[in-house]
Structure formats: structure tokens, C-alpha cells
Design a binder for this molecule. Structure first.
Ligand SMILES: CC(C)(COP(=O)(O)OP(=O)(O)OC[C@H]1O[C@@H](n2cnc3c(N)ncnc32)[C@H](O)[C@@H]1OP(=O)(O)O)[C@@H](O)C(=O)NCCC(=O)NCCS
Length: 322
């Protein structure tokens, strides 16, 4: 029994930070940010990740099921409320989803696809009937606002999907995931964990914030996304020509255009959300999917390709029949 996305909801904090606002904080320009990334603005939260996740989840289940009917809540995030306990438990409490088991997944920008794969497995194995899969981030709290190479990129937001058993041909056909632990230095928060606990020195060195070797990451992204997408399509007996909509992780317009060019895929069938969301890591794919849905770009039986590339390193692809 395959699983299907029966509903979707998202939440973006009210406050919007435009590139012009960033010009006042670091040595950058609207022109550089738009040209090198495609990002024009991003949302910034004064609330924790669980609140954004809760708001998105509430929208996703509204009119579909009651909170008590949720069997599992999986939150993909790299910006948890606390190291302990899992952010999903704070979401459970706010939602009053008393019967759910809850946990987090950390796979950076691929986190949503990793979480979706776990949720899909619970449905396929009949472990659960209603699974909430949420991508949620408050990256603005983990960004070094003196580092122009990272602070212009990230944004905050959350989106949730409800998975249920499919009773027809629609649903998740396949998900392919990959990781490479030899590249953990490419994107990291150096301090605050057991390897290097938080200290005054770590704070002074800004080691409690995201550090990224953007250029090296960029160079590996296009090829990895293309390869994993081909793998997922092959396993589903489909080709890029069969795909009605591609929703990629929203890191950089040059990466997304690079992928489209490589596979000769028309940009009209590619969802773009990074111009208004920035890079929201685990939230970026479901946020872009919800944007496409609200813009009327998704019809019943459409074949959708989701793909991602993230720190450090994780990548994946998923084929969905809507
Ligand atoms: C981060 C990223 C936008 C940087 O773009 P880039 O073209 O690779 O830029 P580089 O890092 O090579 O820097 C080029 C120059 O721009 C400068 N620069 C960096 N950030 C800048 C900013 N915000 N404003 C102005 N100049 C900036 C650099 O200092 C460098 O200057 P130099 O040549 O004088 O040394 C891009 O590498 C990227 O998107 N990487 C992938 C991110 C990703 O996918 N991460 C994993 C998943 S989240």
C-alpha cells in the first residue's frame, strides 16, 4: 500500500527581510544577491521552530482529520527548539495530538525527503494511517549576521504534509536517498555539540553559527541532483518527459537552472520559491510545493519530481503522482 499526500499547509513568519535591508547590515548589494542566488527576500521569525511547524501542521490537517487521529509527527529540521527534546514533541503538545509518536530528523536541506521516506514506510508497513511530515526551520537564529556569505541566503518557514494510505494509483512512487559523510566540513555549526561543547571561546569565534563552503557545495550540487533524479525516475519506469512539475530544494537559482539545462527540462515546469523564501533548508521543498499548489499548478494525476541537495552531504529525489 503506497502513501499519498492528502493535504498540505505552510506558515511563513510575518516579518520580511529584503535584500535592501541586508545592505544595511553587511557589505553586500541587492544586485549581487539576486545575480548570484536569485533571492530577493526572506521571512524572519521571532518564534521558535516548533511554532512555525505547529502553524503549518494545523493548516495541513484542518477539515481533514482531528489532531487525536494523527499517528506520527516527523519534523525535519536543523534548527530545533532545543537539542533535547525533539521539536516534534513541542509540535505534538501545541497540536494536542495526544496519540502520535514524535521525533525529529536531521538531514539538512534533504531533511524533508528523508522524513517523507520514513513516513511513507510507516504507511506501507501499516504501522500508521495518518502521518504528519513537517519541514520547519528558523535559520535566522543560527546565522552569523556578520558573515555576508551565509546571512543573505537563509530564511525561516515551515510546511507540513499529511500522508495517508492511497486508495488509487496516486501517491509516492519512489524515494531515493544518498549521503556522503566525507564532506561534513562543507556546511556545519562547529560548536554546541558533544564534539565541541558551547564555550565562551566558541561564541567569540562565532562557531555557534552556520559556516558554509558555498562554492564547493555549489560545484557538487547539479550533478548529484541530476543523478539521483534519474535514479528515482528509472525505478518508477518514468523519464523526465513524463514529469509535469519539478520542485527542487530552493538553494540557488543557478543550481536549479543548471539542473533544468542539463536534463533539457523547461523552466515553465520548474517551481521557484527562493526569490520570496530564500533557502529554508528542510522547509524549502514543502514550502515550494504548497506555493505551486496554491498557484493552481498541480492537478490530479500530475507527476511531480522532488529533489534536493544539502549539507553535508545529503541528497535525494522522490516521484509523486498527485
Ligand atoms: C553561497 C553562494 C551563493 C556563493 O556564490 P558564489 O558565486 O559561489 O560566490 P563565492 O563564494 O565564490 O564568492 C565570490 C565573491 O563574492 C563575494 N561574496 C560572497 N558573499 C557575498 C555577498 N553576500 N555580497 C557580495 N559579495 C559576496 C565573496 O567574498 C567573493 O569575493 P572575492 O572573489 O573578492 O573573494 C553559492 O556558492 C551557493 O549557492 N552555494 C550552494 C549553497 C548550497 O547549496 N548549500 C547547501 C544546501 S543549503
Amino acid at each position: 500500500m503506497r502513501s499519498k499526500i492528502v493535504s498540505i499547509g505552510s506558515y511563513l513568519p510575518e516579518k520580511i527581510m529584503r535584500n535592501l535591508d541586508l545592505e544595511k547590515i553587511v557589505d553586500t548589494s541587492d544586485e549581487w544577491i539576486v545575480k548570484r542566488t536569485g533571492i530577493k527576500e526572506r521571512h524572519i521569525s521571532d518564534k521558535p521552530t516548533s511554532y512555525l511547524a505547529y502553524m503549518a501542521a494545523k493548516k495541513a490537517i484542518e477539515g481533514v482529520i482531528n489532531p487525536e487521529e494523527i499517528d506520527a509527527i516527523i519534523v525535519a529540521t536543523v534548527t530545533p527548539d532545543k537539542i533535547l527534546p525533539a521539536t516534534a514533541l513541542f509540535v505534538q503538545s501545541q497540536l494536542k495530538a495526544k496519540n502520535a509518536f514524535c521525533f525529529d530528523i536531521n538531514a539538512a536541506c534533504s531533511g524533508f525527503l528523508y522524513a517523507l521516506s520514513v513516513g511513507d514506510s510507516y504507511i506501507r508497513s501499516n504501522t500508521a494511517k495518518n502521518v504528519l511530515v513537517i519541514g520547519a526551520e528558523v535559520l535566522s537564529k543560527f546565522v552569523d549576521w556578520t558573515d555576508r556569505s551565509t546571512c543573505v541566503i537563509f530564511g525561516d518557514g515551515a510546511a507540513a504534509v499529511l500522508l495517508q494510505p492511497s486508495n488509487d494509483e496516486s501517491g509516492i512512487l519512489d524515494i531515493v536517498l544518498h549521503s556522503d559523510g566525507d564532506y561534513t566540513d562543507l556546511m556545519q555549526i562547529p560548536a554546541g555539540g558533544s564534539l565541541s561543547p558551547c564555550s565562551k571561546e566558541a561564541i567569540d569565534n562565532h562557531d555557534i553559527y552556520i559556516k558554509m563552503l558555498g562554492n564547493q557545495t555549489f560545484k557538487m550540487s547539479v550533478q548529484s541532483i541530476v543523478a539521483v533524479s534519474e535514479e528515482a525516475l528509472n525505478r518508477s519506469n518514468l523519464s523526465f518527459n513524463d514529469i509535469d512539475l519539478m520542485v527542487s530544494h530552493q538553494a540557488n537559482i543557478r543550481i536549479i537552472e543548471g539542473v533544468a539545462k542539463r536534463i533539457h527540462f523547461p523552466m515553465e515546469k520548474v517551481q521557484i520559491a527562493l526569490d520570496i523564501h530564500g533557502n529554508t533548508a528542510a522547509a524549502s521543498i514543502p514550502l515550494a510545493l504548497d506555493l505551486a499548489y496554491s498557484q493552481g499548478k498541480i492537478k490530479k494525476n500530475d507527476k511531480i519530481l522532488l529533489n534536493s541537495f544539502g549539507a553535508s552531504l545529503t541528497w535525494g529525489a522522490c516521484v509523486v503522482v498527485w
